[in-house]
Write a protein that binds this ligand. Sequence first.
Ligand SMILES: Cc1cc2nc3c(=O)[nH]c(=O)nc-3n(C[C@H](O)[C@H](O)[C@H](O)COP(=O)(O)OP(=O)(O)OC[C@H]3O[C@@H](n4cnc5c(N)ncnc54)[C@H](O)[C@@H]3O)c2cc1C
Length: 402
Amino acid sequence: MINLEVPGKLGVLVSQARQSAAEIFRPNSRKYDQAEHTYPVELDVLAALIDGLNASGAGGAGASGVRRDKDGDKTKIRNGANLATVLGTIEMCWGDVGLLLSMPRQGLGNAAIASVANDEQLQRFAGKWAAMAITEPDCGSDSAAIRTTAVLDGEDYVLNGEKIYVTSGERADAVVVWATLDRARGRAAIKSFVVEKGTPGFELVRLEHKLGIRASDTAHFRLENVRVPKANLLGDPEINVERGFAGVMQTFDNTRPLVAAMAVGVAKAALEETARLLSEAGIEIDYDRVGPRAPAVVSTYLALEADYEAAYLLTLEAAWMADNSRPNSLQASMAKAKAGRSATEIALRCVELAGSLGYSENSLLEKWARDAKILDIFEGTQQIQQLIVARRLLGKSSAELK
Ligand SMILES: Cc1cc2nc3c(=O)[nH]c(=O)nc-3n(C[C@H](O)[C@H](O)[C@H](O)COP(=O)(O)OP(=O)(O)OC[C@H]3O[C@@H](n4cnc5c(N)ncnc54)[C@H](O)[C@@H]3O)c2cc1C
């Protein structure tokens, strides 16, 4: 049975993540919010530490810790890499979500590789920092509409197209690019390819200026006759119409709980800071005096905290199911929808509760309100997660419910 207490064995990881977030992320938060597109060099030491943890087999540190044990014994309950990664991510994003997104070798492309790569690919791409490129100028939510093409030519695939809004695109060593083998055959023909930086024809067009997560670089690429070895296709190269989108979508089941965890981390930061500021102003959050007997500001705070708790528990559930080899698409989307929406609302309401201080750069609340919104957009927007949840609950296909 599922038990959502934090397992004792993960306590050390959680407290180490919290310490790193407090000592490395928080003190640099404002600096890299203001110095957009500057690489945060302070992250190098921490990244080396996480590499060490992953290499030692401790697992669960960063995106590369995300992995499904397909042959696992389903009768045994396990608290594994996904739960550990989610718990670590919450703490790191309590520190700073933009800086976590900038962590070397912990890109969403790394999570894709960890989720679907075969053993040879896992070995070959070990140590590489990988971004993920799905979105195109004419395709966002509807990822089945991808126009970037991949054509087999001898031992290589030749890729052509355009990719926009690629997180860590400029800094990463490689980008996992989604492309179609045959547009006429729909979703089943969409595959992901690891494109290494420096490959001829893979050109950086520009970096975006953004509302939030300004520490994280967001890149636009053009692909013109980019040749990648056949062996860089992740997953099954066959177009299997029966399986449809399943191969590439499997990545989302692992990465959506991670984005939900990021949102939970930002919400936690905003709530803690607000409680501290309220306390300084002489208003304590008193759990023994709730409902009509509590001041309005405390009632509002408690409602936000309840939302936070629901998002947190859904996120743990989605990760726990992945660790235990149970299908979790529904729970991953529920967690992402709830956490993305709650973090956005919580951070903005906290700005309000803190008054003028909340809106000023003297506190990080205004930054968190800007940072939170993206967590309700990328890896599938709020509306798309709700659509997926509705399809799963009603047993409808994507063609039946759009
Ligand atoms: C900072 C940032 C970083 C990003 N990083 C990455 C990355 O690393 N890799 C990557 O591939 N992409 C990335 N993205 C892109 C992101 O995933 C897309 O922006 C997102 O999927 C939405 O696509 P879109 O912007 O084209 O909006 P659209 O799909 O055009 O949607 C516009 C609006 O319509 C709504 N909508 C769309 N379809 C429906 C429907 N059927 N029912 C109801 N409402 C609907 C959407 O929810 C949204 O509110 C990033 C974006 C940003 C801003």
